[in-house]
Design a protein around this ligand. Structure first.
Ligand SMILES: Cc1cc2nc3c(=O)[nH]c(=O)nc-3n(C[C@H](O)[C@H](O)[C@H](O)COP(=O)(O)OP(=O)(O)OC[C@H]3O[C@@H](n4cnc5c(N)ncnc54)[C@H](O)[C@@H]3O)c2cc1C
Length: 425
């Protein structure tokens, strides 16, 4: 990095000042500098990319190898807004970019792209080198506290350590989740002061707390059970809203896992309107009749086995016991003694295991923020503000959020590159 001390020389004027040194800010700063601008990157922490280091459980799922951009935008809330940014710098360019920086990549299931080293530190190191190569000046431990407007422009920004003046400013201060990493929503307030609308920030990609109303016993009895290849369907007022295939993990308070994280944003929205039901289909590839036939076969094969042991042929034992508890069937009843009604009831639960969400977890558990700077006030071709002439945005601060699978970082690389290029145009 060019400069690590936090004292500012008042007289320095920059072409571009970037607020926030996360993935988006780093991309913006180095891109603009590579194109010839004198750039300062302002970060309130003592190092860059705190959140980046947590990504992918420390492995950094840096993008998703979905190269069909029409498909790619479907993985986002407000994804259409990103189409132009993706067409300029999409997943293909991202992989090439990192390979060029020396980060070898690999593709895992779900098209998720990781560094071959499985190490987020390697990604951050490469980005730091990219900043140094392009002579970006980085100010650590410097928090932007205020912005001063001059007509339709930002005149200067006020830091805890002094002031910065630049021709153009790019806000990349992130969302509100995992605030200990630095992104605590303070950027929203500064941007709001400039006249921008902030769409109510809410936690997304977050676990869901369940009402403990299951007949089979407390939800704690399911803690630690992980189910793959299930389907979640979300209902409100008996009307199916949407469904999501994937994986679910029961925790001490409710549910988590990729499928749950992906539905959490929409479930949070629905909970504001009233009660929500989540129906888990434990065998989505089979219809009710097929499940019933398989179950019958097993009962016939093992007439003397207990209902619990037969059901455990299909499910983890603890879950089997729990489901028998919900249905009120004695777990020690032998297979040949189960009534038709009991069998039908079990099959129904296997296809429709009902859960009642109480709340989505708060920002402390959320991987991203839903909401942010209103897209109506940003030009999607340049990432420039439509309200303040010399202001641009990139990254999670804008009202776009993606599914799990590398989509959120991809949005940072794409909007970051586009904004970095546009400030120079
Ligand atoms: C646990 C976890 C795992 C994740 N895993 C993945 C994953 O594998 N793949 C994926 O695609 N996404 C993942 N994400 C999401 C991804 O990390 C974020 O979407 C991404 O980091 C957003 O980048 P950003 O640059 O917009 O903001 P941030 O990374 O939040 O960076 C913003 C920076 O701005 C600084 N800042 C804020 N306000 C100020 C201010 N006033 N003055 C100065 N500096 C300021 C902050 O300190 C921070 O460094 C994960 C998120 C979490 C929490």
């Amino acid at each position: 990095m060019q400069k690590k001390d936090t004292k500012l020389k008042k007289e320095i004027k920059y072409d571009v000042a970037v607020v926030g040194g996360g993935p988006a800010g780093i991309m913006v700063a180095a891109t603009a500098a590579e194109l010839g601008a004198k750039v300062v990157l302002i970060e309130k922490n003592k190092q860059l990319g705190n959140k980046l280091l947590l990504t992918g459980k420390g492995r950094c799922n840096l993008t998703n190898a979905e190269f069909n951009l029409r498909e790619l935008v479907k993985s986002y809330n407000n994804g259409e807004f990103l189409f132009h940014a993706f067409s300029v710098f999409g997943p293909k360019e991202t992989i090439e970019f990192f390979e060029k920086l020396g980060v070898k990549t690999k593709i895992e299931n779900g098209k998720r792209v990781f560094p071959a080293s499985n190490d987020a530190e390697e990604v951050l190191e490469a980005l730091n080198k990219f900043l140094v190569k392009n002579k970006v000046e980085v100010l650590f431990n410097c928090e932007v506290k205020d912005v001063v407007k001059k007509g339709n422009r930002i005149g200067k920004i006020i830091l805890n350590t002094g002031e910065v003046t630049a021709k153009k400013y790019i806000f990349c201060s992130g969302g509100k989740s995992y605030s200990l990493t630095g992104s605590d929503g303070s950027g929203y307030k500064l941007v709001e002061k400039l006249g921008h609308t902030i769409i109510n920030p809410k936690p997304a990609l977050t676990p869901i707390k369940l009402k403990d109303n299951l007949k089979g016993g407390g939800i704690k009895n399911l803690q630690g059970i992980n189910l793959e290849n299930i389907r979640l369907s979300v209902f409100q007022n008996n009307k199916k809203q949407f469904s999501e295939p994937g994986e679910i993990l029961f925790t001490h308070f409710g549910i988590s896992g990729p499928a749950v994280l992906n539905i959490s944003g929409k479930v949070g929205d629905l909970l504001e309107l009233g009660e929500v039901k989540i129906i888990v289909d434990l065998f989505p590839e089979l219809n009710q009749e097929e499940v019933s036939e398989s179950f019958e076969e097993m009962l016939k094969k093992y007439p003397k086995k207990t209902s619990k042991n037969v059901l455990s042929e299909f499910l983890q034992e603890r879950l089997a016991e729990f489901i028998l508890g919900i249905s009120g069937i004695d777990k020690d009843k032998t297979a040949n003694n189960m009534s038709k009604i009991e069998k039908a009831m079990l099959v129904k639960i296997l296809k429709n295991f009902e859960l009642t969400p109480e709340a989505v977890l708060g920002f402390e558990g959320a991987m991203v923020t839903r909401g942010g700077v209103s897209l109506k006030e940003i030009d999607h071709k340049t990432m420039q503000s439509k309200i303040i002439d010399n202001l641009f945005f990139a990254g999670e601060i804008i009202d776009v959020d993606g599914r799990t699978g590398g989509f959120n970082l991809q949005s940072c690389w794409s909007t970051g590159y586009l904004a970095g290029k546009s400030v120079i145009d």
